[in-house]
Design a protein around this ligand. Structure first.
Ligand code: GDP
Length: 171
């Protein structure tokens, strides 16, 4: 299928925050509960439309490397956008956001458009990070913020589209 632009996106954040599930929900409209998704799925593509342009989003998942803190410069290379994901039910994944931001600054020459994503909103009874805290952190760092559920698909498309629109607006 033809397209006018190709954007490379990456999904970053701690292990098990739902990065692979967000990708699968966006590209395939599916949700699975197994935890070894990342082993099979490290890449997805989706064609989207912004104004009169067809844009191919090429989205990379960390393929489990985040556990070992060994995401390399290669992973960031050529990326225009990133979804920085934490799990609203696990506070430590929110506490690590500064580390992730430091890494993106090191590897991306500051050219990366980042959207902050608080995932797993369907698990409201286990919420450990409030919406306001997420919003505040995003504001402090000049990022857009969305809460999503890869399970119910809430805001998943919006999160990827917000990233795409941000990159598109700077073309
Ligand atoms: P990754 O390591 O960041 O890629 O995380 P995964 O996508 O493998 O997800 C980790 C675990 O969280 C899996 O068991 C998923 O089924 C589960 N999970 C991911 N997203 C959601 C969500 O939005 N809601 C719920 N309830 N579970 C989720």
């Amino acid at each position: 299928m033809s397209f006018d632009y190709l954007f490379k996106f990456i999904i970053i954040g701690d292990s098990a925050v739902g990065k692979s599930c967000l990708l699968l929900q966006f590209t395939d409209h599916r949700f699975v509960t197994t935890h070894d998704l990342t082993l099979g799925c490290e890449f997805g593509a989706q064609l989207v439309q912004i104004e009169e342009h067809k844009i191919k989003l090429q989205i990379w998942d960390t393929a489990g490397q985040e556990t070992f803190r060994s995401i390399t410069r290669n992973y960031y290379r050529g990326s225009a956008g990133a979804l920085l994901v934490y799990d609203i039910t696990r506070r430590e994944t929110f506490n690590h956001l500064n580390d992730w931001l430091k890494e993106t600054t090191n590897y991306s020459n500051g050219k990366l458009d980042i959207i902050l994503v608080g995932n797993k909103t369907d698990l409201l009874e286990n919420r450990a990070v409030s919406y306001e805290e997420g919003e505040e952190f995003a504001k402090e760092h000049g990022m857009k913020f969305l809460e999503t559920s890869a399970k119910t698909a809430l805001n998943v498309e919006q999160a990827f589209m917000a990233t795409a629109k941000l990159v598109y607006s700077k073309l």
